[in-house]
Design a protein around this ligand. Structure first.
Ligand code: GLC
Length: 718
């Protein structure tokens, strides 16, 4: 349907039908679902009637293709104007084939990897009847106490922008209306949800507008410029007002400044929660506030459905605002091809072959290869040799809990554990599986014996999936002490320890690193975990990941991130030891491992760096660097380019990532990479929110991490 036809359709809708399009319910409320029987309680709770259900606009988180087909069939029989339902769900890093968590995708520093994850996720999710995914989450994160850092691609605005846009492209493809293997993407959580005070879930967010525009807004903007069809409001307040009723945030910033014209959905219950925030006295004020702030679709609470009719009929809100919201919903359904085919081809094509296929598993395995970060490899204990006797020891030695905490449809039973992948491949493989939190003396002794009998110990430690993700903040980022004790005892029995870390967040891993010759951070690698780690530890594949989020020395160092501002009393190599500096008395200022860091089995040499020493304002700075693989095996390196504005009208960070390229080189091979830093890269926000580029001395850093860099002075002149 074209715009006029959609306008006509809108013109035929009653007020009740419009309001029903603005609420999203879970499947239990709809006919055709096996769960339908238990709905009386929730329906009464939400003041829902049969006609509201018949006129509903969208469904959250349906369970199966069969369910969705039946719900849509029943709906199309009863919906007066034949407006189809749109099915939305959380497909965050895979559907049935689960990929590494987004924090790991960030560590891949690869748009191709991010896009491929999204493409396969969409292939499987659409084969299961879904239309929209609540992804990518592009919230900037700097506090690993917050459980949802696992869902972000990390602490850097540039990295998050590029990977978020890549995911949107992967989900949506080039023709969403015709290509039924693609999903509409919903960017979340708008906005700045990743900065809760104390890292405590759902807690207050408070920052200057300048900080927000400079660091937190860019990734949402990039995802929208990539064409994302939806945005989700966040639970938190910003500028003292909950995002879900924040007119400045949604109407001024999102709609006006970023030009977003798609559907804005609230997060789960976020409309009603503004009452808890204290910015609405009741559901009527909440409904009015959210509508005036531009929310189109209320997820799982009843403020709109129970109040909008009265608000319109009493003239408190104009029906025109509802028309805007409903039109966005109709446009979304049209863009998904739902008016043409409410079943998006599933009535005729089974598409079961698209789910958990060998091809999809191989893609997930490749993504896990690219996302793992080699933090340490002393004496080249890695790669392992097949003639070695190895011992897999720890809570993840024989566990399928490797998918991460944001998996709705994927199943652990499909996951490849370490034991699955390593058993039978070496001259001997002993497995000592332990608990995560309580490891008895007997088990410790069993582990020590296995370590003594092995050439190399592969210590498999880390978090349970449920220890990160939503509603999983931690006051300390240490693992259970039993796991550090295990590491110590095992290392005492055999110092040849390779630690494989499974984690949803940066952790305090000092005591693990100190007792390991090598450390590979695999995060939660997904369905192909064991196979991917086997490939990496045996050298079949060379690790190439780079940290997307700083690993602190300890919890007390949080927040710590690479692009922090300088201070008036910086601690430097020259003044270290003095007292009155910005420092701690008990730990260094440097993190344990910095942003952008990751090792390889081969060596890369950077040379022939070319950086102009002077450019004019608004000119592009061209950077060239030659990188050569001088080692014995093929591998990939991520060349990173950072910028520092040394003196400006506001204090500028020590450095900011402005460009990166990941390149794969055979032994001996070399290539020259070019980068272009534009006026936008040199520009920044002033307190009055104007964007400026200023003349003056800058530094450009070129290297393979945020600290392993070579710097060049560049003067920007008028
Ligand atoms: C959750 C999350 C959000 C998710 C939504 C629907 O509370 O905050 O990321 O998409 O509800 O499940």
């Amino acid at each position: 349907m074209d715009k006029n036809q959609l306008e006509d359709l809108l013109g035929k809708m009653t007020l009740d039908e419009k309001i029903s399009q603005m609420m999203q319910l879970s499947p239990i409320f709809f006919k055709g679902t096996e769960m339908q029987g238990e709905i009386t309680g929730p329906m009464e709770e939400l003041n829902l009637t049969e006609s509201i259900i018949q006129n509903a606009g969208s469904v959250l988180g349906s369970s199966s293709k069969k369910d969705m087909l039946q719900i849509q069939e029943e709906h199309m029989k009863t919906n007066r104007l034949g407006i189809p339902l749109v099915f939305m769900a959380d497909i965050i890093h895979g559907h049935k084939t689960i990929f590494p968590i987004p924090l790991a995708l960030g560590a891949s520093f690869s748009e191709e990897v991010a896009s491929e994850m999204a493409r396969v996720s969409a292939l499987e999710a659409t084969a299961s009847g879904h239309h929209v995914t609540f992804s990518p989450m592009v919230d900037l994160v700097r506090d690993p106490r917050w459980g949802r850092v696992m869902e972000s691609t990390g602490e850097d605005p540039h990295l998050n922008s590029r990977l978020g846009a890549a995911m949107v492209r992967g989900y949506q493809g080039g023709n969403l209306q015709e290509d039924y293997t693609r999903l509409a993407a919903c960017v979340k959580h708008f906005a700045a949800y990743g900065a809760p005070q104390g890292g405590r879930e759902y807690h207050t967010v408070d920052m200057s507008k300048r900080e927000f525009y400079q660091n937190y807004l860019p990734a949402y903007q990039a995802a929208l410029e990539a064409g994302a069809k939806m945005v989700m409001t966040s639970f938190n307040i910003l500028e003292g007002v909950p995002a879900t009723m924040n007119k400045w945030l949604n109407r001024d910033v999102l709609r006006q400044e970023l030009g977003f014209s798609g559907v804005l959905i609230s997060d789960w219950g976020a409309v009603k929660e503004v009452i808890n925030h204290g910015t609405a006295a009741d559901t009527k004020e909440a409904a009015k506030g959210a509508l005036l702030a531009g929310v189109d679709l209320e997820m799982m609470t009843e403020c709109f459905i129970t109040n909008l009719k009265e608000l319109v009929e009493t003239g408190e809100v104009s029906e025109g605002l509802l028309d805007e919201a409903v039109m966005r919903m109709l446009v979304l359904k049209e863009e998904l091809g739902l008016f043409k085919d409410p079943y998006r081809g599933l009535k005729r094509d089974s598409r079961s072959g698209d789910i958990l296929s060998d091809e999809n598993r191989q893609v997930a395995r490749n993504v896990a290869h690219e996302s793992a970060v080699l933090l340490k490899n002393n004496a080249n204990i890695l790669p392992l040799a097949f003639n070695q006797k190895i011992a897999l020891i720890g809570p993840l030695a024989d566990s399928q809990d490797v998918l991460g905490g944001w998996v709705v449809y994927g199943e652990q039973k499909d996951a490849v554990s370490m034991a699955d992948a390593f058993s039978g491949k070496f001259s001997a493989t002993e497995i000592v599986s332990t608990d995560y939190e309580q490891i008895s003396e007997n088990v410790l002794q069993e582990a020590e014996t296995a370590a003594k009998n092995a050439d190399v110990v592969v210590l498999c430690v880390g978090e349970k999936s449920e220890w990160s993700g939503e509603a999983a903040s931690l006051a300390t980022i240490r693992l259970p002490e039993a796991q550090y004790e295990l590491a110590k005892r095992v290392a005492k029995a055999n110092s040849a320890v390779v630690t494989v870390l499974f984690n949803g967040r940066p952790l305090d891993i000092h005591d693990l690193v100190d007792h390991s010759e090598a450390v590979l951070d695999v995060f939660f690698p997904g369905t192909e975990a064991g196979n991917a780690i086997f490939d990496l530890l045996t050298g079949e594949v060379n690790p190439s990941g780079k940290l997307s989020m700083t690993i602190p020395q300890t919890t007390g160092q949080i927040p710590i991130f690479y692009n922090e501002l300088r201070t008036g009393r910086p601690k430097t190599a020259q003044n270290a030891g003095e007292k009155y500096l910005s420092q701690y008395l008990d730990i260094p200022n440097e993190p344990l491992f910095p942003f952008g860091f990751g090792l390889s089995y081969t060596n890369f040499v950077l040379s022939e760096m070319e950086v102009a020493d002077e450019i004019a304002l608004a000119d592009t700075l061209h950077v060239k660097v030659t990188v050569q693989n001088t080692g014995e095996c093929a591998g990939s390196e991520v060349i990173q380019v950072y910028l520092q504005d040394i003196t400006a009208s506001v204090s500028r960070p020590l450095k900011e990532l402005k460009a990166f390229q990941k390149v794969r080189l055979e032994p001996g091979e070399k290539t020259t990479l070019s980068f272009a830093l534009t006026k936008e890269d040199f520009s920044f926000y002033l307190p009055d929110l104007t964007v400026v580029q200023e003349a003056g001395l800058h530094r450009v850093f070129i290297g393979t991490s945020s600290v392993d860099v070579k710097s060049f002075e560049v003067r920007v002149v008028r």
